[in-house]
Design a protein around this ligand. Structure first.
Ligand code: ADP
Length: 482
């Protein structure tokens, strides 16, 4: 198929290893398809364990020089890269919609969001500081913040650019190098980002993008004693596997894993605001984000009015190809994702839920948005992340029950609630056992805020000032005085 880009050089079917664009020595490739049509977009090299080791070795050498770079140099590299992302916004969005399926307007939004991490950490690079202590007359202590060293990132397909810049921007700002393994489903966004990094003056080997099979590349990254940190975004199952694989080398880990986000609407909420917030939280990326509302609890006094208004909003959503400007819900990423949506809806209906509005329609990888009412906690949809455009509504009577049900999950990433009662706002906000809480908003992803979860949703925080700390080691430097 022909891909129409302003700058066709951004579309690369080579891996970026140690500053060179390469095919795999093994001769093996993987194909990448367009989830909207199922058509093949192109192929990528299936890099071997040896090639991954070579990327790690280049990262080791590059980091020796980069750790001595000045704050101004780090910042300038990131700002140059940021500008190039904005200059190439249309092409980056086109590549993303082609391989990931999200509506072009959302893809454009992600390019801007992804670029914002480069800008944010360009500033953080210049603010990096330690401290000095004078505990006794004969002792001075300087607390230094030093780069962790060589790092690795394994990233998912749902945000093909932002999940990479959220990791590599703080790494570069801190003085680290990084080997990135992007999702095999969305590698072209990652490779386009690498083209722009190279144009921005990225030192050779400082970042590599190793494409191919996770089972071949992953164990090399986790078992390497040169790689001092792994930052992963993906499923809890794979996060746990990587944690086990990283144990022997005591690697530092940042894990951003699955969620099962509750969204609670209290009787005293602003109805229009709650409906709008629920739509934003649920249907972004066709419901394929780890912070999408997965369980919506609505108090009985507002329940029927909320359902009615929500059903009207959902009825107006248009499902289709991401390049169609009318489209609000694109395709799901693959057949397995569609099958899961169908299973969750069938299971809920079998256990007594009902559909409000149109039934689920499946066509290839497209699943139409569905509103379910009378959902209960014994249904699969209550316990697992659906990762699709299904909105299940639970009815509740009192606050304690709602909070207790919201917290009744092994996950703890995002949560949302809507109320106009200030005392309730504090009480519920503090009682929700989640890394992120949205009050009267359906979105919690902003560059300035720490992003991450508690319980089985992960370790560490990305973004904000804390995002930089994850790539820094602390050294206490003691000086004895005579
Ligand atoms: P999802 O279910 O959202 O696809 P995954 O956790 O399977 O999430 O995938 C997220 C990232 O983890 C992708 O880059 C994928 O290739 C990678 N991955 C999957 N399995 C493994 C593995 N065994 N080792 C290392 N990385 C893996």
């Amino acid at each position: 198929m022909t891909l129409s880009l302003n700058d066709s050089d951004l579309f690369r079917q080579h891996a970026f290893v140690g500053g060179e664009w390469k095919v795999s020595g093994s001769g093996k490739t993987m194909t990448v398809d367009n989830p909207s049509t199922g058509e093949t977009i192109g192929s990528i090299p299936a890099c071997t364990a040896d090639e991954t080791r070579s990327a790690i070795e280049s990262a080791r050498i590059a980091q020796i020089a980069w750790r001595r770079s000045s704050a101004a140099e780090r910042s300038a590299l990131l700002m140059g890269w940021y500008q190039l992302m904005l200059d190439n916004l249309d092409d980056l969005a086109t590549i993303m919609t082609l391989e990931q399926g999200k509506p072009l307007a959302e893809a454009r939004g992600e390019v801007t969001y992804a670029a914002s991490f480069l800008k944010w950490f360009a500033a953080e690079a210049e603010h990096l500081q330690g401290s000095a202590l004078v505990p006794t007359a004969d002792r001075r202590i300087i607390v230094l913040k030093e780069p962790v060293g060589v790092t690795a990132a394994i990233t998912p397909w749902n945000f093909p650019l932002a999940m990479i810049t959220r990791k590599c921007a703080p790494a570069i700002a801190a003085g680290c190098s990084m080997v990135i393994k992007p999702s095999e489903l969305t590698p072209y966004s990652a490779l386009a980002l690498a083209v722009l990094a190279e144009r921005a003056g990225l030192p050779k080997g400082l970042l590599s993008v190793v494409t191919g099979y996770a089972q071949e590349i992953g164990p090399e990254l986790t078992s390497s004693s040169v790689v001092r940190k792994l930052s992963f975004t993906g499923s809890t199952k794979i996060g746990a596997l990587l944690m086990r694989q990283s144990a022997d080398t005591i690697k530092k880990l940042s894990l951003e894993l699955g969620g099962n986000a509750p969204l609670i609407v209290f009787d005293d909420a602003d109805l229009a605001g709650a409906v709008a917030g629920t739509m934003v939280s649920k249907f972004r990326n066709a419901g394929q984000t780890c912070v999408c509302a997965n369980r919506v609890y609505v108090q009985s006094g507002i329940h029927d009015a909320f359902l009615e208004k929500l059903a009207a909003e959902i009825a107006s959503l248009k499902t289709g190809d991401g390049f169609d400007p009318q489209t609000q819900i694109g395709p799901l990423i693959n057949e397995a994702a569609v099958a899961k949506v169908k299973e969750h809806v069938d299971d809920a209906l079998a256990k007594g839920a009902r559909i409000v509005g149109k039934p689920l329609e499946i066509n290839g990888r497209f699943a139409s948005p569905v509103l379910l009412a009378d959902v209960t906690s014994d249904m699969r949809i209550a316990q697992e992340e659906t990762f699709g455009p299904v909105l299940p509504v639970f009815r509740f009577e009192n606050e304690d029950d709602a909070v207790q049900q919201a917290n009744a999950t092994p996950f703890g990433l995002a949560s949302y609630f809507f109320t106009n009662d200030i005392t309730r706002a504090w009480r519920v906000g503090e009682a929700l056992d989640f890394g992120m809480v949205g009050l009267n908003t359906g979105s919690v992803s902003m560059v300035s805020a720490p992003f991450g979860g508690v319980k089985q949703s992960g370790l560490g925080r990305e973004g904000g000032a804390l995002g930089l700390e994850e790539f820094l080691e602390v050294k206490s430097f003691h000086m004895g005085l005579p």
